[in-house]
Design a protein around this ligand. Structure first.
Ligand code: UDP
Length: 599
C-alpha cells in the first residue's frame, strides 16, 4: 500500500519535467490531436480546459486548496453496519496512481463512525449494492494534510459526486437491479444528489453495452475509474457520497447460500413502477395511461390492440422453433406477436413496446428484467431449459410477484431431453464441459436436474442453462392459457386501496363483577383518525385480551367499536387489552396503547 501512495508523491521537479515534456510534445505533435484529447476530457467532466482551476477562476482553486489544507477531509455516514452504510465526505481525495482513496487529517477533520481499525473488519462500506462481497469493499488511506506539500497538486471535482461500483455492467439484469435502481433511490435520499450530480463508477470496468442507461441518472457524464487518471494524480472531490442503497434489491446471487429472493425484501412494486415511470420519461417514452385504457370500451374492443411480446436471444439459450411459437401464440390468443431481442432493437423501442403489452414470453435470462416496464396486469412467462428447476432461479419471479407489482408470473420448463440442444464443446462460461474429467461429464449428461449450488461457476448449471430449446407448443399453451385467465380475473377485480389504518383512538375499559365467578370487560374505542377520509370496503377491529401473568391471549375480530366480553372473564383479575383496526381483511393497523383492566 505504501508504494501505491508513493505513486502520488510527485516531487515538484517531476511535475516540471512532466510539464516540459508536454510542452515539447505539444510542439512536435500535431496540435489538433492534443486539442482533440483536451476536448474529450473536457467533455467527460464538462469542466474547463485546465481542470485544476475548475471554475477557471484561480481564486476558487485557491479557496478549495486552502480548505483542503485547513479542514482536511470530513466524513459522516449513515448506519452502524458496513453493509448498510453510505458516507458523505467533504474533500475526499483519490490517488490515481496508487488506486487509493485518501482521507486527509487536519485539526478540523472528523470521521463518523470513528471505528479505529474496525473500519478494516471487513470494510467501512460496500461500494456496490451486492451485500458484503469482498471485491466491493471501500476504505481509504489516511494522511496528514501536511503531506499535501509532497504530493501532486490536487485537481478538484466541484460537482456533488456519487461514487459507487457497478456490479456487472455487461448484463442488463445486473444493470437495473444492482446499479440503476439502487442509484436512483440513493439519489432520492440525498437532496444534493440531484440532476447535476456527477456519478463516478469505481469498479474499474469499461463503459459496457448499457452505458447510455447509466447516463440517464444525471445530466452530467458519468466518469469511470479509468477516466480519473486523465485529470491528474490526486483528485479531490469537494462533496461526495460513497456507497449505494440496497433498499431496492430483491435478489441474492448465491455467494454464500444458493441464489434466491433476499431474506428481507424492502421494496414493493410501487417503488419499482415509480422508477420505471421516471426512467421512461428520461427515455422520452410515453405510456398510454392505464386509466385511459380502462375507460371501458368493452372487452372485444380493447382486445383489438392487445399484443404479446416474445423476447428472444440471438446467440445463446435459443428458442429453436420461434416461428412455430409465434404462429401458435397469434392463433391461440388472436393477438399480434412482436419478436424483440437486445441485439436487434434499441432498448427504448423494446421498452415502448413492453409498456403496453399484455404478455411477455422469454427464455430465462437477463432480458426479463424489462418486466419492470410492463403495465399492471400483464402476464410474464419465463421458459426454462431442460434440467433446470424454475423455483431455484427466481429473480424475475420474485420481481413479478412483489406486492403491488401486479404482474402474473408463470414458468414453463422443458421436460423433454430430446427437445434440448446442449453445447458441451463451448467455453466453460457458455456451458462447455469438455474440460472436465470424463466421469464428471458423464454424470452431468445423465443428470435430470441441476441440484442447488453456489454462484458462479458450477459447470452443470452453466451446461444446462445454456442449452437451446425446441418448445413443446401444446404444453406451453397450457401454461399461457392459465396466464390469460388470471389476467382476466385481475381486470375484473377492482383495485383496492393499500392504505393502512391508524391507531384506534381513546380505547377505554370498564369492568363489572356479576358474581363470585362472573365478570365483564366493556371495551370501547374510536375509529382511527384517517378512516373518515377513506373509502374502505371492510373495516374490522381485532382485540387481544391477556390475563396478567399468562403467556397466551384470546384474539377476537369485531365489526363494531365496543364490545362486552364476559366469556372466560374472571372477577378480581387484571387483564391487558390491545385493540387495532384492520382494513379489507389484510391491511393491519398498529395496536393502540395497552389497556390495563382490573375486574
Ligand atoms: N444476451 C443477449 N442475447 C444472447 C445472449 C445474451 O442479448 O443471445 C444478453 C443478456 O440479456 C445479458 C447479457 O447478454 O444482458 C449476458 O447474458 P448471459 O447469458 O451471460 O446472462 P443471463 O442472461 O443468463 O443473465
Amino acid at each position: 500500500m505504501q508504494s501505491s501512495v508513493g505513486g502520488c508523491k510527485m516531487s515538484l521537479g517531476l511535475l516540471f519535467n512532466g510539464l516540459l515534456v508536454s510542452i515539447i510534445a505539444a510542439l512536435l505533435w500535431e496540435y489538433s490531436k492534443l486539442r482533440e484529447h483536451a476536448a474529450v476530457l473536457q467533455e467527460k467532466l464538462h469542466m474547463p480546459q485546465k481542470s485544476q482551476d475548475f471554475t477557471q477562476d484561480p481564486m476558487d482553486y485557491h479557496i478549495a486548496l486552502q480548505t483542503l489544507h485547513e479542514d482536511g477531509t470530513r466524513m459522516v455516514c449513515s448506519s452502524k453496519m458496513h453493509t448498510d452504510r453510505i458516507c458523505r465526505f467533504d474533500y475526499l481525495c483519490y490517488c490515481t496512481e496508487g488506486d487509493e482513496f485518501v482521507f486527509f487529517h487536519s485539526n478540523s477533520s472528523f470521521m463518523l463512525p470513528n471505528l479505529g481499525s474496525r473500519r478494516f473488519q471487513p470494510s467501512l462500506l460496500d461500494m456496490s449494492s451486492v451485500e458484503d462481497h469482498n471485491t466491493q469493499f471501500f476504505n481509504f488511506l489516511e494522511l496528514p494534510t501536511a503531506a499535501l506539500k509532497f504530493l501532486s497538486k490536487p485537481v478538484f471535482v466541484p460537482d456533488v459526486t456519487f461514487i459507487f461500483n457497478r456490479f456487472n455492467p455487461d448484463n442488463i439484469m445486473h444493470v437495473f437491479h444492482d446499479d440503476i435502481l439502487p442509484a436512483f433511490y440513493t439519489m432520492k435520499l440525498y437532496l444534493d444528489l440531484d440532476e447535476k450530480a456527477r456519478l463516478v463508477f469505481m469498479e474499474g470496468w469499461s463503459e459496457g453495452p448499457h452505458f447510455d442507461l447509466y447516463k440517464l441518472l444525471s445530466s452530467r457524464q458519468p466518469l469511470l475509474k479509468d477516466h480519473l487518471k486523465d485529470f491528474g494524480k490526486l483528485i479531490c472531490f469537494i462533496k461526495s457520497y460513497v456507497g449505494v442503497s440496497k433498499m431496492t434489491t430483491w435478489y441474492q446471487y448465491g455467494f454464500v447460500q444458493p441464489q434466491g429472493p433476499k431474506a428481507n425484501i424492502l421494496v414493493s412494486g410501487t417503488e419499482i413502477r415509480q422508477f420505471s415511470k421516471a426512467f421512461m420519461v428520461k427515455m422520452n417514452i410515453t405510456r398510454i395511461e392505464e386509466a385511459d385504457k380502462d375507460a371501458d370500451n368493452g372487452e372485444d374492443e380493447s382486445k383489438k390492440d392487445e399484443y404479446i411480446v416474445l423476447f428472444t436471444r440471438l446467440t445463446t439459450r435459443l428458442i429453436l422453433n420461434e416461428g412455430e411459437l409465434i404462429t401458435a401464440l397469434a392463433q391461440e390468443f388472436q393477438m399480434k406477436v412482436f419478436k424483440v431481442s437486445l441485439e436487434e432493437q434499441s432498448f427504448s423501442t423494446i421498452v415502448q413496446l413492453l409498456s403496453d403489452a399484455s404478455m411477455l414470453v422469454s427464455m430465462h435470462g437477463a432480458q426479463l428484467i424489462t418486466s419492470i416496464f410492463l403495465p399492471r396486469g400483464a402476464v410474464v412467462v419465463e421458459l426454462f431449459p431442460f434440467a433446470i428447476n424454475p423455483e431455484q432461479y427466481s429473480p424475475y419471479k420474485t420481481l413479478a410477484t412483489l406486492p403491488d407489482m401486479d404482474l402474473h408470473y408463470f414458468s414453463w420448463r422443458n421436460i423433454k431431453k430430446e427437445n434440448s440442444v446442449a453445447h458441451p464443446d463451448r467455453s466453460w462460461e457458455q456451458g462447455g464441459i469438455a474440460h472436465l474429467e470424463n466421469e464428471e461429464q458423464e454424470r452431468i449428461l445423465a443428470s435430470k436436474e441441476v441440484s442447488k449450488h453456489l454462484c458462479c461457476r458450477n459447470p452443470e448449471w452453466l451446461f444446462r442453462i445454456y442449452q437451446d430449446t425446441l418448445i413443446d407448443i401444446p404444453s406451453l399453451l397450457g401454461v399461457l392459457k392459465e396466464g390469460m385467465k388470471s389476467r382476466l380475473r385481475f381486470k375484473k377485480s377492482k383495485h383496492t386501496s393499500k392504505i393502512h389504518p391508524g391507531r384506534v383512538r381513546e380505547p377505554q375499559c370498564q369492568t363489572s363483577v356479576q358474581s363470585t365467578d362472573k365478570a365483564q370487560l366493556i371495551i370501547s374505542w374510536k375509529i382511527p383518525w384517517n378512516l373518515k377520509y377513506l373509502k374502505v370496503k371492510e373495516v374490522k377491529y381485532e382485540v387481544w385480551i391477556q390475563e396478567q401473568g399468562e403467556n397466551t391471549y384470546m384474539p377476537y375480530i369485531l365489526q363494531q367499536q365496543n364490545f362486552t366480553f364476559s366469556e372466560n372473564i374472571k372477577p378480581f383479575t387484571t387483564y391487558m387489552v390491545w385493540v387495532r383496526c384492520i382494513f379489507n381483511n389484510n391491511l393491519l393497523g398498529p395496536f393502540a396503547e395497552v389497556l390495563v383492566c382490573r375486574t
